[in-house]
Design a protein around this ligand. Sequence first.
Ligand SMILES: [Fe+2]
Length: 424
Amino acid sequence: MSTATVSFLDGNFAPVTEEVTTTDLPVTGTLPPELTGRLVRIGPNPRGPEDPAAYHWFTGTGMVHGLRLDGGRAGWYRNRWVNGDDVVNTHIIEVAGQTLALVEAGARPVALTDELETVGPCDFGGTLDGSFTAHTHRDPATGDRHGVTYHWSWDHIRHVIVGADGRVRREDHIPVPDAPMVHDCAITERWVVLLDLPVTFSMEMAGAGRRLPYGWNPDHAPRVGLAPLDGPPEDVRWFDAPSCFVFHPLNAYDDGDRVVLDVVRHPKMFASVLNGPYEGLPWLERWTLDLARGTLATDVLDDRGQEFPRLDERLTGRPYRYGYGAAFGEGVAHGPALRHDLVAGTTEVHDFGPGRVTLEPVFVPRTPTAAEDDGWLLSFVYDGNRDRSEVVVLDAGDFTGPPVATVELPVRVPFGFHGSWIPD
Ligand SMILES: [Fe+2]
């Protein structure tokens, strides 16, 4: 295998060196008073010098960044390392009133205070048997959170259901060969959607000292599984899938005898570059699984480079119209936000300007019963012209219009992974 190294330590990939607390931040425009809570995100931020050839972007010590909004004020910004023995750096969500930092493939979640200080590992009150995941999907009908977990030593993956009370209430083992990397899943009203794609654990990479010993494995047959949402796991239906890799579905839903699954599709992963995702631009694609015929059909929805797909999570697992994401080209000097209208088949682009790059955007509905496009899109935006970041609030229904509000941060927020709006 011929391999190349890409540095994930330069520019805004570089870690910041200090924990900062700032209060009463300057705001341009008007922060909607309904936005009272915390916008939090997380990414890798190694504490000390790293060898760019050895460093894998997914393995840096986690750092959380939070912005507190309160009745039209930007109350505070703070960033904190996630402390502990394990690296936990991939997502931050709230479960049963507790702010949790999450990672896949082994480590437990880490509980944080509302002000982002580390409390310690969380195993959901002793109910989690081993590895968890960064990506869970909350069923709006039940409040259950569904996730798929994996570990290099397992001959199976696990569908884990965390109840609204914050305790694991069910855990099903689903046999899979080769110990695949399963970063995320999707749910519908009937199914949990399993991604079994050709990135698998590599003993050779582990032996060579790779910190993330997972690589492209052309001998691993790509497939998508549908497991009954509430078990039993023996009833999994498998569908042949294209040879590719998917970190993130946008959403999925039932459509009669079919399941619609929207994904960000990468051509490959960890095939020529092993220390971070860098195998060509990923695009948005619809996979339609036909349960009667046992087939999977693909349709490109938007072919521009993009990742970090999000939706109005009140529609997780349900038919939906709008999806959001972060666009990027080769390089990271320019990164607009995208708003896909999946019914009209169109995409709107909010361009933050030259040198300005949005990180993962988060949709917040205006009220609990607001329409799907009635709310705001919040994101941390890195301004390479000033080497600083801002939090920008867009009106989701006036996506290409000027921002509703922009909060000036005192520092930059490095490129990282995922986050959440946690309302009070
Ligand atoms: Fe992710």
